[in-house]
Design a binder for this molecule. Structure first.
Ligand code: EPU
Length: 427
């Protein structure tokens, strides 16, 4: 029952250092199982999705030692279970990566069947298509999904839809299969390349990550390694939007500017200035924001995870913007909260028509999901007056030290704990 209290209306200024990428970390942690030895993983973000993955590894028998705030040593030689504890796997959807890693190393794996979520239905048929093409069978019992195989053999998999999760799970499944696997119509996000690089550091032979076709030659043995996770493209984009929204001047550090190109292009179109350096970008804005249209598509298109943040920005731009959500069925739920702040946005299915208003007004709000929550934080930072945001656990799944980072940029934000209402414990 924690919430953020934000006194908005101040331009953000200063420097912010971006943490490791959540969506790479939640795949790389299960992938350490393939080493059957010791991996040192650096630049891990300190967020609740990472702690849930680490707890899963520990409960399955891995020995995990914290070397510093963002570095863990993980010894997976002692894993003694192929079933992910039910309670933990339900805490995060990305626990499906344990299926691929366990199947690959032990020939079987079990996790809780992922249900729908706040973004709409989230099927895993393409993950299972890859596993069964490699020779596995799958079954669902008591809400748990099991995959098993006596032997995995290289295969040709053509994905029906471009899926980040299925691409990564297929790579995990294929790295120890006998022979070559060809994966076509795969996702190309920076974290796909990061996971492939990590697998190769452990002795795998994965080529083509970052293109439409990935080829995996199965290897007999893999080993531990030291690996540093790439910076979080969406966390970086979120601070870039916050700088532009508040008319600020922020140096966003520890990033790979190439990964941010679709975001940079849209911010410039909307009237912000983005100056690129080797491992940083500076975002400033002095003039008015301008409307622009956005359609989210798989990488290298505009990322869906930035859609709520850009909608907030465009809600105060001059003119009309059309936002089309191309990935998730239900990613405009936060719009009701923005409308309560005075935004003029009409949603019809996957399209939102945003008529820019002069300003947003403070309001009490509720974070519907991770990126929607981050978007509301940015909206509140720009609104003159005090806003409150509830259900911030969604935000803390993906943003390390968000309060401290924003405070260092001059924001007036505090996190407060509220006592739980009576009789709420068993709900
Ligand atoms: N899809 C299928 N079948 C499948 C898998 C996906 O039909 O077997 C569909 C989905 O329903 C969706 C589309 O394919 O319409 C893309 O889904 P994808 O599998 O790419 O998404 P994901 O792997 O479940 C990851 C990120 C999401 C991000 C999406 C798209 C992780 C842990 N999550 O999800 O991140 O929105 O890719 O880029 O990597 C977030 O960080 O806030 C977040 C939601």
């Amino acid at each position: 029952m924690e919430k953020f209290i934000i006194q908005g209306g101040k331009p953000l200024t200063g420097e912010v250092t971006i943490s490791g990428a959540k969506n790479a970390a939640v795949a790389i942690l299960p992938a350490t199982i393939l080493a059957g030895g010791v991996c040192v993983i650096e630049n891990l973000p300190n967020i609740s999705d990472v702690s849930a993955s680490v707890r899963i590894l520990s409960e399955m028998g891995a020995k995990v030692t914290m070397l510093d705030k963002s570095t863990l040593e993980i010894d997976t030689s002692c894993i003694n279970s192929t079933a992910v504890p039910n309670e933990l796997s339900r805490q995060m959807r990305a626990s499906y990566y344990f299926l691929g890693a366990l199947l690959s190393r032990f020939g079987s794996g079990t996790v809780a069947m992922p249900g729908g979520c706040n973004l709409g239905p989230r099927p895993i048929d393409q993950h299972l298509k890859a596993f069964t093409s490699l020779g596995a069978t799958d079954s669902v019992e008591y809400g748990m999904i099991n995959v098993k195989a006596d032997k995995l053999e290289g295969a040709h998999v053509f994905f029906d839809t471009v899926s980040v999760g299925a691409t990564i799970n297929a790579m995990l499944g294929a790295v120890r299969a006998e022979g070559q696997t060809v994966l076509e119509n795969v996702a190309k996000e920076p974290h796909i390349v990061d996971v492939a690089n990590f697998l190769n550091m452990m002795g795998a032979d994965v080529r083509g990550a970052g293109t439409d076709v990935i080829k995996v030659r199965g290897v007999k043995k893999m080993h531990g390694c030291t690996y540093s996770i790439i910076p979080d493209q969406i966390e970086a984009g979120s601070y870039m939007v916050a700088a532009a929204m508040t008319g600020g001047n922020v140096l966003v550090k520890n990033i790979i500017p190439k990964h941010l190109e679709p975001i940079t292009a849209k911010l410039e179109r909307a009237g912000a200035m983005v100056e690129e350096f080797d491992e940083a970008v500076r975002v400033t804005r002095v003039g008015a924001l301008q409307a622009t249209n956005i359609k989210t598509t798989p990488h290298p298109g505009f990322p869906t995870d930035m859609q709520p943040l850009m909608t907030v920005l465009l809600s105060v731009a001059e003119g009309t913007s059309i936002i089309t959500e191309g990935i998730w069925e239900n990613r405009f739920r936060y719009v009701d909260e923005l409308v309560r702040m005075g935004a003029n946005i009409q949603v019809d299915g996957r399209v939102a028509v945003v008529e820019g208003v002069r300003e947003l007004l403070p309001a009490p709000m509720r974070a519907a999901d991770l990126r929607a929550g981050a978007a509301l934080v940015v909206a509140a930072l720009a609104a003159n007056g005090v806003s409150e945001i509830d259900e911030i656990s969604h935000i803390e799944r993906g943003y390390e030290d968000i309060v401290e980072k924003l405070q260092a940029l001059g924001a007036d934000i505090t996190r407060i704990e509220r006592p739980s209402p009576p009789n709420s414990a068993a709900v």
